[in-house]
Structures are given as C-alpha cells and as structure tokens.
Ligand binder design. Sequence first.
Ligand code: ADP
Ligand code: MG
Length: 352
Amino acid sequence: MDIGIDLGTANTLLYARGQGIVLNEPSVVAVREGSRTALAVGAEAKETIGRTPGSITAIRPLQDGVIGDFEAAEEMIRHFVRKAVPGRRPRTRMVVCVPSGVTPVERRAIVQAAQRAGARAVHLVEEPMAAAIGAGLPVSEPRGSMVVDIGGGTTEVAVISLGGIVTARSLRVGGHRLDAAITDFVRKEHGLLIGERTAEDIKVAIGSAWPVPESEGAGQSPSDKGGGGRRAGAFEMRSFAVRGREKVRGLPKTVDLTVKEVRAALDEPVEAIVAAVRATLEDCPPELSGDVMERGIVLTGGGALLPGLDLRLTSATGIPVTVADDPLDSVALGCGRCVEDFDALQRVMTAA
Ligand code: ADP
Ligand code: MG
C-alpha cells in the first residue's frame, strides 16, 4: 500500500496507489491549551475556527508554507493516514509533497512524522513539481513548462524542464492573504468586523482578479464548478450580504459587498502574485521562456479558481494562461503519479 500525501497549508490530500484520492481535509488541528492532545483534526477542526472557547485553539500546522507547529503536523499526518488507510500498513512507501520553502530541519520533521505514521520509506517531492505532473505537463521533456500553484499560505512559481526545477519562487501570499485583505477592507470601509471563514466565503462567492467577461459564467469558467447555471455576464452584478459585528457599537450588522469592491480589496495580494510570475519569467533562460511563451502558463491550487486571475496574468505577461482541470487536486494527483510510476519518476523525488 503506497501513499502520496499533499501536505498543503490549507488542505491535505491522500492518494492511495491503485485507488486515487482517498482523503481531502483541511490542514487544521484543534488542541486544548496546555494539554497538547488533539481534540479534532481536519474538517471537524476547521469547523471550530473562530468559534472555540478560549481554552481551545485551532492550529494550521503549515500556516505559511513552513511548519509552525511540529507536533500538530505530526499528529495530523498520523490521523489522516490512519483514517484513509485503516488497518495494518506493512512496508508502506510514502511520497510526500512539501512546499519548496521548507528548511532541511522541517523536511526531517516531515519525514519523521511520515515514519511514525507507518512509512517504511519516505520520498519527498517539491510542490511545483507535483503540481506540474498532476496538471499533465510534460516535466521530463527538454522543454520549459511553467506552473503557478496558488495555495492557502503560499504561491509557488516554477519553470520545469527535464525533470528538474530550472527557476522558481515561493512567496507567502496565497488564499489566506486574500481572505485577510477582504477582512481589512470590510473593517476599514464598512466598520464591520468579520471572521476568516466569512472572508473566505466572500472570496469564493464574488472574488475576482479581473473583470469577468460575459462568456464566463456561461459554463467554461473554472469558478463555475459546482455553481451551475449562472447566467452569462451575471457575475459582475453579484453582491454578497455580509454579516458581522459593527466595530463601533459592537452589534450585529449586515453590509452588501459588490464584486468591484471585493476586486479592489484583493488587488494588492493579487498584484504580488503577478509580480512573482513576471520576476520568474525574467530569470528564465531564453530557450525555455520561448517554450513558455508558446505553451502558456498553467495555474493550479485553490487560488487558480479565482475568476479572472488567468486574464490578469495574460494581460501582465502577454502569455496565454490556463487553469488546470481540478486545480485543488493537481498536487495530490502529481504525488499519485509518483506513487504509481515510481521508477519512471524517481528522478523528480528525493529519498529520505
Ligand atoms: P494548499 O495547497 O496550500 O493546501 P489549496 O490548493 O488547497 O491550498 O487551496 C486552498 C485555497 O484556495 C484556500 O485559500 C481557498 O480559500 C482557496 N480557494 C478555494 N476555492 C476557491 C475559489 N473558488 N476561488 C478562490 N479561491 C478559492
Ligand atoms: Mg497545495
């Protein structure tokens, strides 16, 4: 039983060989102050964010792409592996995807956590590499492919060729920063206090990075996944009734937010992502940037679902941009490919 693990800052996914993705839960652990024992892990723990009594804290062990809390990270991995693959796990090989910003010490901690969860052998694969493989890019060919993986805590930009990362950047801007930008905007402009989960709801419902054209919302837009049947051009007209607590009087209050307002709120972190993509392109050897120019940039990670991000990047770089199919699954599917085709893909991984 070999397992691939996408240890994301927002979501952790497990892929079991021959089965596909078998677990997909938020990377959150709820602990009681002082005792250090996990009260809840994953979806159940995320429910508690912002709702816990003082004595319970909801921890994101991988907050900004670095492991902020080793014990919680270990507890989380162990819990998820047991849940997804119950029973004995003899001779399990694990391929774990780690954000490329993690330090050697953190790598060792992840390896240890995987071993304690029952791994016989642990192999690590860098997040942008896994994302590119999962998105179906020809990473082993002598041609440049560019992938931009926008997760919760980080965005990873990389140009890959011949099974290796040629040039890359990792910035601590991702979905969580977009949520925080909305929280700040609503507080400053409307005097309303909201929690991080409400901010995320607003982003997912009406967030965008560029005016969303009429043709989108007609069915091809990635943002339409699951939404179904939205009328063409209707996106720009949407609004969101936000409930929160009034800053001054402290009473509950509702405010209507427009698509334009939310786009303005998101502008700064979105621009940081755009700048990282441009800087990575500037670092790219000419032959490879020619390849990227021709073949385009592929977006993965949950942030790829932000409507108009593709258009914003195209307008900033002049390069076509596409969103991977099921961008939230790309990294896990890439880890999965490594597990299924271990020998062929061995060169993209590092053994621990
Ligand atoms: P990670 O790999 O760091 O765990 P993910 O790739 O799972 O992150 O992406 C999670 C992020 O994607 C969250 O910040 C979430 O708010 C964001 N996200 C999910 N769906 C959407 C959407 N439709 N629009 C914008 N952002 C989204
Ligand atoms: Mg990820």
